[in-house]
Ligand binder design. Structure first.
Ligand code: GDP
Length: 609
């Protein structure tokens, strides 16, 4: 057994680490990838770079050539066999490279535009990287845009910087410092890569230009260094199959196919595989393992080469019957000779079930829809940190039945009759149904934007309710009449505010003893429609402030001073259970402690339990 283990660990059995590129839109992720893919003609053909499905493979020899300019003494030692870089940059791919909550992406490059600093998707990417504990470096891209930059194509950064004039160097330093501060604010210590003494403690910042190629040799070398330092040896040996579905695609001549990143192990034609589908686990046999045909063979009939078997790490397209409904982000398991297929089915289904089970027990919350398992997980994580409750969860485009499910919230908790949709399409009929029934659908391809849209929606609802509640809210007060200006139609009197605060719109009442029945009687006088002091309208008069003249009006039967309201009467604001609740919900800040106590005192006056 020991010998077998040793054999498994032999150098031929090494596998390449997987690298993802993340960052905000337009920072240059695609351009950087293009640049490192380009063979460098002057330094000789950096052979062996192969285009795969969803990824590009860089054998170590190609990396050696591309980093030669920053490894002139050849002292830097390469231990990895190569590097597999995922082709579609962005956190969608990163989020889908997942397996049981951990990431199959071994290292990442976070691209930041040196002229723009940290942007919303940079922060989102950082959160993902932190959650998945993925080591990463930062490419501070677009250094050629520093004013006055003089380029030396494909040069190492340090040498290029030393050739710049003072002004350029100063601007660089200033932007570097700003970036470090911004990273610190996000809880990351960072350091310029050649000043970084500990890659475990500090994130390395490597300045690059995807246009001139400067800094790219440093970036590649750094990625390899980080891998070798942070990935324990065992990680890089071939062992049991580990694979993830990155994309599900219809391909002419093949039907539905899945693009898979094989991060460990070997896949063979005919293998029995199990993966997650919208209607439960999908079980099928691999019909074909396809990789892109090399450029020179493209004129042949097919764009793909068929492989009997493929070895990690690589990207491969799998054609197999019954792949309709496969979900991106799903794990792909291979049924081995000793495996019970139903165990594996349960296992992949549990990936989906775990996410679907993360809904509120109360059944009150928003509906969430995302394109893939990975993005759904990221969205749920994010909503959790924002304390937005989720009641329904879905994968794929939004259809009418999803909106119908969300609309059940219109009765339970109307504020949550909202769908937050990440990177998915909304069917026309579904949108129509939502519009007709008052369900809000928000779509975005940046998670933050969904949060912003939802927060804005909630604020608008609160404002609307506050507006509607204005008549219901009654601030507590006790008034003593001090003068009479108009006895009736309407009553206009002078009052002192003895307790609390008097506001326009407050309904007033007096409390009397009915001599015939000898029982307490509450007489409604009307609402205060005007408050004046020295002939000026004021909205509020508080306890202790000088007397005011108030107009009291009531629809229908107008009360008269001298009858319903007499000189010795005390006026109370007419509070109720509903008015108290309304104050609590919308005006808590506007009611002082003394006033809350006044409410407690007034409760028995109006027989409020
Ligand atoms: P992505 O959205 O992050 O993939 O960004 P792209 O790679 O599409 O680049 C966005 C824009 O920035 C394009 O117009 C690129 O030409 C430009 N760009 C990318 N990298 C650099 C760079 O290093 N220097 C300059 N000046 N422009 C760049």
């Amino acid at each position: 057994a020991h010998e077998a283990a040793m054999a498994a660990r032999s150098k031929d059995n090494l596998r390449s680490p997987i690298c993802c590129i993340l960052g905000h839109v337009d920072t240059g992720k695609t351009k950087l990838l293009d640049k490192i893919r380009q063979s460098n003609v002057q330094e000789g053909e950096a052979g062996g770079i192969t285009q795969q499905i969803g990824a590009t493979y860089f054998p170590v020899d190609a990396i050696k050539t591309k980093t030669a300019v920053v490894n002139k003494d050849g002292k830097f030692e390469f231990k990895v066999p190569g590097l597999l870089v995922i082709d579609t940059p962005g956190h969608e791919s990163f989020a889908n490279l997942r397996s049981r909550g951990s990431s199959l992406c071994n290292i990442a490059i976070l691209v930041v535009d040196i002229m723009h600093g940290l942007e919303p998707q940079t922060l989102e990417s950082m959160k993902l990287l932190r959650d998945r504990k993925t080591p990463f470096i930062v490419a501070l891209n677009k250094i050629d845009r520093l004013y006055g930059w003089k380029k030396i194509d494909n040069n190492g950064f340090q040498e290029s910087l030393s050739m710049q004039n003072k002004a350029v160097q100063n601007e660089f330093k200033m932007r570097l410092e700003q970036t470090k501060v911004a990273f610190a604010e996000q809880g990351f210590n960072s350091e310029l890569f050649y000043e970084n003494k500990s890659m475990a403690k500090y994130v390395s910042l490597v300045p690059t230009s995807a246009h001139t190629g400067e800094g790219i040799p440093d970036m590649l070398k750094l990625i390899v260094a980080l891998t070798q330092e942070r990935m324990v040896g065992s990680l890089m040996y071939l062992s049991e199959v580990q694979a993830t579905v990155l994309e599900v695609k219809q391909i002419e001549g093949f039907g539905m196919t899945i693009d898979v990143i094989l991060s460990n192990g070997i896949l063979r034609e005919g293998d029995r595989i199990v993966l997650c589908g919208t209607e439960g686990a999908i079980k099928t046999n691999i019909r074909a393992l396809l990789t892109p045909a090399p450029l020179k063979e493209l004129r042949l009939k097919s764009a793909y080469v068929h492989n009997k078997e493929v070895k990690a790490a690589l990207g491969v397209k799998i054609s197999a019957p019954g792949l309709e409904g496969a979900i991106a982000g799903s794990r792909l398991l291979v049924v081995g000779p000793d495996d019970d297929e139903s165990d594996l089915e349960e296992e992949v289904e549990s990936d989906l079930a775990t996410l679907f089970s993360r809904v509120e027990k109360s059944g009150r919350g928003v509906s969430v829809q995302a394109s893939t398992l990975g993005s759904l997980e990221a969205l749920l994580d994010f909503l959790k940190t924002c304390k937005i409750p989720v009641a329904n969860v879905g994968i794929g485009p939004v259809f009418k039945r999803d909106v119908m499910q969300c609309s059940t919230m219109l009765e339970k908790a109307p504020d949550y009759a909202v769908m937050l949709c990440f990177d998915v399409k909304v069917d026309k009929e579904a949108q129509q149904y939502a519009d007709d029934n008052g369900v809000k659908i928000f779509t975005a391809d940046i998670i933050y934007h969904l949060f912003d849209a939802f927060t804005k929606h909630m604020n608008e609802l609160t404002e609307k309710k506050k507006e509607e509640s204005k008549l219901l809210a009654v601030f507590p007060c006790v008034l003593n009449p001090v003068a009479v200006f108009n006895k009736s139609g309407p009553i206009v009197i002078g009052v002192d505010v003895a307790e609390g605060q008097l506001r326009i719109g407050t309904p007033l009442a007096v409390v009397k003893n009915n001599p015939t029945t000898n029982m307490k009687e509450i007489i409604q006088i009307g609402r205060v429609t005007s408050i004046e002091r020295e002939h000026k309208q004021i909205p509020v008069c508080k306890k202790g402030q000088p007397s005011v003249a108030i107009k009291i009006e009531m629809g229908g039967h107008q009360p008269t001073y001298g009858r319903q309201l007499e000189e010795k009467d005390v006026l109370y604001s007419l509070i109720s259970r509903a008015s108290i609740n309304c104050l609590k919900e919308f005006y808590r800040k506007d009611v002082s402690n003394d006033e809350w106590q006044l409410i407690v005192k007034l409760k028995p006056v109006f027989d409020i339990p």
